[in-house]
Design a protein around this ligand. Structure first.
Ligand SMILES: Nc1ncnc2c1ncn2[C@@H]1O[C@H](COP(=O)(O)OP(=O)(O)OP(=O)(O)O)[C@@H](O)[C@H]1O
Length: 264
């Protein structure tokens, strides 16, 4: 299958009081068009840093990233802008990600303003379409973020990420701040959107049940390194790495779950 993202030997180092901290240490990962790749690992293992380097939101210390065959790190400002519209990120905290002083209409229209473009059919029609895609009423356009629940706010974030019709969505723990049932609805929405728009997902999570439900393959990170990468059934069913075994063993089994696939 064609690859959308190819990251090779990514390294990120930060200077600290005690010398240089290597928080990502030689991570190579590719994501095929249309797939959902899960990225799991304990807190601080470097998952978000890898994702941000893939989007060039932070500069790698070493390594390379190609997006649809184009070198992301060598791209000049114009080429990067063109690439950025094709790769979007949804963050964990649906409260912090939305400007509280902007109405939803402004929030959703902002990507068009930033990229200096008017969608075919006009902004208004596209905003309605976006809200409809994420299961919110048109009346939401006039309201402010604080008027919505956490799950609804995450739907607004997803609508905003979809505004420019991206191909890749990095989902950085998109439901971990939500109640389980609300999170399950958002996960199902993400699944539907992927089917509808042929999106490619990098799904960062601490939840093995969610990863099993959404992802075809999963990568496991520990202390900046990739310790396992493979088909989700294989990794969860017969983890080769000792750390992965512990991660899976630490996952509480949900009522009615026999080990795979269920969200309930
Ligand atoms: N700007 C920075 N300066 C110094 N250290 C940083 C910086 N950003 C991240 N780190 C460190 O890099 C390591 C990896 O962080 P990262 O956020 O990528 O981990 P993570 O696996 O996504 O964690 P979590 O699951 O908690 O989100 C952490 O130890 C973090 O403290």
């Amino acid at each position: 299958m064609a690859l959308l993202v190819e990251a090779e030997g990514l390294v990120k180092e930060y200077p600290t009081d005690r010398g240089v901290a290597r928080v990502v240490d030689g991570v190579s990962l590719s994501i095929a068009k249309g797939e959902t790749l899960g990225l799991v690992g304990e807190s601080g293992s470097g998952k978000s840093t890898v994702a941000r380097m893939m989007l060039r939101l932070i500069e790698p210390t070493a390594g390379s990233v190609r997006f649809d065959g184009v070198d992301v790190l060598a791209a000049n400002a114009g080429a990067l802008r063109a690439m950025r519209r094709r790769m979007q990120i949804v963050f964990q905290d649906p409260y912090a990600a939305l400007n509280p002083r902007m109405r939803v209409a402004q929030i959703l229209a902002e990507p068009f303003a930033i990229h200096g473009e008017t969608p075919a059919g006009g902004v208004e029609a596209r905003l309605r379409e976006l809200l409809d895609a994420v299961g919110l009423e048109t009346a939401a356009l006039r309201r402010y973020p604080h008027e919505f629940s956490g799950g609804q706010r995450q739907r607004i974030n997803i609508a905003r990420a979809l505004a420019l019709r991206p191909e890749l969505l990095v989902l950085d723990e998109p439901v971990s701040a939500l109640d389980v049932s609300v999170g399950a609805q958002v996960v199902n929405l993400l699944k539907d959107l992927q089917g509808e728009y042929g999106l490619t997902y990098l799904f960062i999570s601490h939840s093995m049940p969610l990863v099993r439900y959404l992802c075809g393959r999963v990568a496991v990170m520990q202390k900046g390194r990739l310790v396992e990468l493979g088909d989700v059934g294989q990794v969860c069913g017969a983890p080769r790495d000792e750390y992965t075994q512990r991660l899976i063993a630490a996952t509480p089994t949900m009522p009615g779950e026999a080990g795979a696939g269920s969200l309930q």
